[in-house]
Design a binder for this molecule. Sequence first.
Ligand code: GDP
Ligand code: MG
Length: 739
Amino acid sequence: MKNSVHIALAGNPNSGKTTLFNALTGARQHVGNYPGVTVEKKTGICRHSNVEVIVTDLPGTYSLTAYSVEELVARNFLVNEKPDLVVNIVDASNLERNLYLTCQFMELGVPVIIALNMIDVAHSRGIEVNVDRLSELMRAPVVPIVARSGKGIEQLLDEVVRVGRDRKKIWQPLSLSYGEDIDQLLGEMVPLINEGKLLTDTYPARWTGLKILENDDQILDMAMRADSTLAQSLVQKSDQVTRHLQTTMEAYPEAIIADHRYGYIKSILRQGVMAQRYNVDRLYTSDRIDKIVTNRFLGPLIMAGVLFGLYSFTFHYSTIPAAWLEAFFGFLADTADRSLPDGPVKSMIISGVIDGVGGVLGFVPIIMFMFFGIAMLEDSGYLARVAFMLDRIFRIFGLHGSSVMPFIVSGGIAGGCAVPGVMATRTLRSPKERMATLLTVPYMNCGAKLPVMALLIGAFFSSHQARYMFLATVVSWSVALLAAKFFRSTVLRGPATPFVMELPPYRFPTFRGLLIHTWERTWQYIKKAGTVILGISILLWAMMTYPGMPGEESLGFERQRQEVLAGLPAETVAELTDDKVERPAGTEEIYRRLIAIDNEEAEQALRHSLAGRIGIALESISRYAGFDWRTNIALVGGFAAKEVIVSTLGTAYSLGSVDPEASTSLRERLARDGAWNPVVALAALAFIMFYAPCFVTVVCIAREAGNWKWALFSMAFNTVFAFLLAALIYQVGMVLYMG
Ligand code: GDP
Ligand code: MG
């Protein structure tokens, strides 16, 4: 007898999967990525009656088709890793919809235990589920649970151990009827597939046939590679039936298959599984809330209010811990300054490591508060309403309702990432709508742009932080939608496709759930700062330091210093040049001149460096938008990763100005610097929001689009567009600002 059972936790989004996973595994979880995609894979272990239960959390899905990454990941995991069983978490208050996925697990053949969750919610709505009857008809064990309170978890584990122990070695796929035409076709295909051993190691023959009929890219690909003649003849057969179905029923096979699955579920539910205690027409609380919240007129107002509230909350409360962090990094820099000997190592540690990474980590509080707010919207179910309302607007601009999620994931509310956003476009089936979404999601304010925006807004518009941040979000959406409209009426012209969306019921988020969501995302940001950003930051520091000034020029600065100090008593000179002792009285003027020379020297050194030369070369163009050469260095660095803009500005401005009052924050330095003013800040904000996506995003776009053409297009188009916009703001702004 094996002493461990490997289970895969699967279910629809919002069915309580994460809650159950946490309840089962506690904090002992391992997070990794599924190979090849950036969908997170969580694995945890728990012990139950001396059996080790290994739990893998599959991504939440409604289906096992190949339309989205999550779906592909879920089914690839099942067929490749062959877990002992699937614990399928099912929302009892939404049984029909949830059993659709269950049905597909059974068609695939994997042993299933149904964890019937949210029975408390179902109960409060007057729905009673007859567990034994459901189990009998579905031919699978059913365990009622309340994941949130932990009720029923023990019984679920008992069942897992019991089924895991006497599981059968072979999977037993469920054969559903999909109507005469399809059943007949499958009847012909299955023997051929079995004889030719086409993918039979991985999939049941009937499943493969069904997927060929559904035009499933992944299965078609695999089949073609395994046996192209057989695959082709199967495709031919299925095409024939598809055409026949279209003429007779005016429907695609997928739709007919789905209809039959729902029919199967309905028939089960009707046989005494569900009893509704009171009138179905009664409005549930969620529906009542929705009447107001998604109202045509009130809805958008409430949405704007909620989002603005989110920004106010974030910026108001994050300033306190942000100040602590700022003080901490200032203290680190001071300590390093005092205790390390002068030289390249000290310069690297202070300018490269502490200022660079400190600049990035300094934004952790803002990001944490922002993520906390977003987790609240997401967990309560409001985020889906936002998507629902925006869908109406999206159609006007030639996008699809399914584009909403990629936009939100990319930072539509601020603080996402375009990389998963780009991947989330896989749910879009129309290639043109998908391309238009791919090209415009990088305009959102991703988590990496947030710190730069917070920095510039904090430095120049500090009295209206939340308002400016909110405005930036509105602008990013407007630009994205207009650009989409532009693409859809030029290079990506084509018809719109229809869209249906379900709204999950409202729920009170749990504090624990909110903390876990917030921490997961914040930790990703911190990890990135500790690795990628640290590396790039040191590289950029080196580019900003070497090859350095020619010897005679630094001698020139030394001579200037001698001149200033000439004629003073040796003791005073020693005191003036040593940071560690008090400056003698009456030497303020001399000290000021010394600092000016130091500043001049540091700036000259930066100009001579590799990065400085690049920045200066770009100045001939960038001056039309008001960017000086130091800003150029940061913007070029930002292509590697947008977070780097802050760290590079930090490095550039700490190399370039030796400040009399030891530690001033970068924000204060920029606010005081002659090259910056509010107009330049606005132009820089516009440029940063819209110029080329970061390197990783560009690679992902190329991969998703299937070629580099669109990825390069997006780099070039965005950079040119962003620059024109920044130049316009600068030119007009300067006239107004000066006048
Ligand atoms: P996931 O999307 O499937 O991972 O779902 P989550 O675990 O994030 O749960 C979605 C929401 O449902 C959260 O707010 C949970 O607190 C809540 N939830 C989960 N299980 C239950 C339950 O049994 N009863 C109730 N009332 N709420 C639950
Ligand atoms: Mg979850």
